[in-house]
Design a binder for this molecule. Structure first.
Ligand SMILES: [Fe+2]
Ligand SMILES: [Fe+2]
Length: 138
């Protein structure tokens, strides 16, 4: 699977970018797992639990930044986070240790949707707004 480039997912807000890159790094690790190797596949559950905690922490942090900046789309953005969190919870409650290649491929695409598509569209809109409306970007 193709790995994700960090540079592409840059908002220009230091703390948020660092957290996004951390999530993308985990995403790339997941993409790099060899799904035909049972030991490798077992790592998937551990990585998933770690990723879930990091995503939840990140969503909370990002929402605080939006409230601090009085970002006008904070409420719809929070709603999006809530939907993504419930999607993530649905992925995390199952045990994928014995999942086959196709199942893992499905999981990777779901995670990519939860993390990457959201950064690429909704988070980028926040970054654009900050650049236009705030003189100092951390
Ligand atoms: Fe984000
Ligand atoms: Fe977000």
């Amino acid at each position: 699977m193709n790995l994700l480039s960090f540079v592409h997912y840059t908002l220009g807000i230091k703390e948020i970018d660092e957290q996004h890159w951390g999530l993308i790094e985990i995403m790339n690790n997941i993409k790099s797992l060899n799904y035909s190797n049972t030991t490798e596949v077992k790592k998937f559950n551990t990585v998933l639990v770690d990723l879930q905690a990091k995503i939840l922490h990140h969503f909370e942090y990002e929402e605080l930044c939006m409230e601090r900046d009085e970002y006008p789309y904070t409420i719809p953005h929070k709603r999006e986070h809530t939907i993504l969190t419930s999607k993530l919870n649905m992925l995390s409650i199952k045990d994928y240790s014995n999942a086959g290649f196709l199942t893992n491929k499905y999981l990777v695409s779901e995670l990519q949707y939860i993390i990457v598509n959201h950064i690429d569209y909704s988070d980028m809109q926040y970054g654009d707004w900050v650049r236009k409306n705030k003189s100092i970007v951390q």
